[in-house]
Design a protein. Structure first.
Ligand code: MSP
Length: 544
């Protein structure tokens, strides 16, 4: 049976912004999940990209003496660069200004017009220009007719508009929420959406009047050159336009759309209703995480405290990009609570999990194998009584249970708990070494040759456990784990020099204790450089 497809998406980011930790966070989370799925042998399609048709793009471009196309090209390139830097390996980067997106999105709108799901009407509303979004009278009033996000005054606008018959899908949506508890996650977010759904749904505007000078930017309403498709509506379509071609159709419906809670309503209600109207199956899960804040404070333009890509790059230079990915993936706001990017915490996690954790554990074991067995995985001997006395015969089953937990957590999209299964193995191996004291055994070998077997077995157990831990850690730290595999001559990658080259077998085989892919006696392992140098907590934070 062909492996089940796994299609994961990030929001497409406003091309007017500069990439910051928020964009990188969601994209790294999606990349980590995509790597979990690839490691499991799934056929993965991972989509990210940029949302380019906002009105602001036209105005900013004009202010800078550029065409919207030039301005978007430059900024989309910044997002690509940011994601390359973060070691993100997307399958496709969708720009909404591409013809493939425009043609297909336009065809979907045409279908909705033909079916009567999109119709022409009048719209009066409060427009938040900074967010490209209309607010309801209630929400506008609640915020004193200012933008809830930027605090700038809202504009009252009346427009001839096309509407999407969202109200028609209210019952079907509610039924879908009831039937599929995993449709919107985490649960706190699901309950919020359900609460709002119960208040009833109004039809939503899906077009904007074309303004002089911006005729060429965006997608025109089919058959009406006076109206453009509202940027949010066509942006949502990107998830489908990207795979709406014969070789990619197998990926639809998406397995998971990942985003932050700010844009959940569009993804959990409007997009699914559009899909119902189009007769398309719905995504399995819409996952809305919380926010990253910076050193305990919400990031905002006015505070000027955005953690931009340049700062993340500086962290990467000092601690490695994999360490940055590790922090994002394990300390980030997956779930319902916000998370802090704080330097002191970064160093603490880096030292505990990486430098003193897997890094130290791998070099300890590598060094001992080098010193006592000439850098070769030792021959196995029969079990000695002592193996049972020292308790290391249990290592295999302990590792198996971490692998099972890893899988279970990934299925719940609890990526940090899944990754913690990898660190748990390293911690256990450290404890095993402390308990069995192989360095002491090594000193006694001269007097008792049987001890050599014990030493061999302990180290072989340790090395095999680390090999499996490294598989579990790979999704967050592809480059570091690929370098460990190269040093230990045990790369499961198609190309050991390319961390994105895919796996030679699925995890079920790769992570089998003592199985086909296990470390074999005689196999050379180089002790290599330490994976992570210890960080000095007293050193000031890097600067961009
Ligand atoms: N263009 C729309 C999305 C259209 S999707 C069909 C948009 N773009 S955005 O550039 O504003 O990106 C918003 C997304 O960026 C959030 O949903 C989240 O994924 C990410 N983040 C932005 N700031 C964030 C934090 N402070 N913390 C975590 N993620 C955040 O909305």
């Amino acid at each position: 049976m062909p492996p089940e497809p796994y299609y994961i998406t990030t929001p497409i980011y406003y091309v007017n912004d500069r990439p910051h930790i928020g964009h990188c966070y969601t994209t790294v989370v999606a990349d980590v999940a995509a790597r979990f799925a690839r490691l499991l042998g799934r056929d993965v399609f991972f989509l990210t990209g940029t949302d380019e048709h906002a009105e602001k793009v036209v105005t900013t471009a004009r202010e800078r003496g550029l065409t919207p196309r030039q301005w978007s090209d430059a900024n989309a390139a910044e997002f690509r660069r940011a994601f390359r830097l973060m070691e993100v390996a997307e399958s496709d980067f969708m720009r909404t200004s591409e013809d493939r997106h425009k043609t297909r999105a336009s065809a979907y709108i045409k279908r909705l017009m033909d079916s009567g799901d999109v119709y022409l009407g009048d719209y009066v509303g409060w427009f938040d220009a900074s967010q490209e979004e209309y607010l309801t009278e209630t929400v506008a009033k609640e915020h004193g007719f200012n933008s809830p996000v930027t605090g700038k005054p809202l504009e009252k606008r009346t427009e001839k508009n096309y509407f999407f018959r969202l109200s028609k899908y209210e019952d079907r949506l509610r039924a879908h929420f009831d039937a599929r508890p995993e449709f919107v996650l985490p649960e706190a977010r699901r309950n919020e959406v359900l609460g709002r759904l119960r208040q009833g749904l109004n039809d939503v505007p899906v077009s904007r009047a074309v303004k002089e000078g911006d005729e060429d930017w965006g997608i025109l309403m089919p058959g009406d050159p006076g109206h453009r498709v509202y940027v949010w509506i066509e942006a949502l379509c990107n998830y489908l336009t990207a795979v709406d071609e014969p070789e990619r159709r197998k990926y639809w419906p998406a397995t998971v759309h990942v985003m932050a809670k700010d844009i959940l309503w569009f993804h959990a209600v409007i997009w699914p209703a559009m899909l119902m109207a189009l007769g398309e199956p719905l995504p399995r899960t819409v996952y809305a995480h919380a926010y990253f804040v910076a050193e305990g404070r919400k990031m905002s333009k006015s505070l000027g405290n955005f953690i931009e890509i340049d700062l993340l790059e500086a962290y990467g230079r000092r601690y490695s990009i994999d360490a940055v990915r590790w922090y994002l993936a394990t300390q980030g706001p997956l779930g319902a609570t916000d998370a802090d990017f704080a330097h002191a915490r970064f160093v603490e996690v880096y030292n505990a999990d990486l430098a003193n954790g897997i890094g130290n554990c791998a070099s300890r074991v590598g060094n001992m194998i080098e010193k006592y067995f000439g850098g070769q995985i030792p021959e196995e001997g029969g079990w000695g009584e002592i193996a049972f006395d020292l308790g290391f015969h249990r290592t295999g089953s302990e590792v198996d249970s971490e692998v099972a937990d890893w899988l279970e957590n990934f299925e719940q999209f609890d990526l940090s708990s899944a990754l913690a299964c990898g660190t748990a193995i390293a911690t256990n191996i450290d404890l095993l070494i402390n308990r069995t004291q192989p360095f002491k055994i090594a000193k006694q070998i001269e007097n008792d040759v049987a001890l050599r077997v014990v030493l061999a077995q302990i180290l072989k157990h340790c090395a095999e456990a680390i090999r499996i831990a490294s598989l579990l850690l790979y999704p967050a730290m592809p480059a570091k784990m690929a370098s460990l595999w190269r040093a230990w001559n045990c790369s499961p990658l198609n190309d050991p020099d390319d961390a994105d080259s895919g796996f030679r077998a699925p995890l079920a085989e790769l992570a089998e204790w003592g199985g086909t892919w296990s470390l074999k006696p005689g196999q050379r392992i180089a002790k290599g450089d330490p994976l992570f140098m210890r960080a000095d907590p007293a050193e000031p934070a890097p600067t961009a």
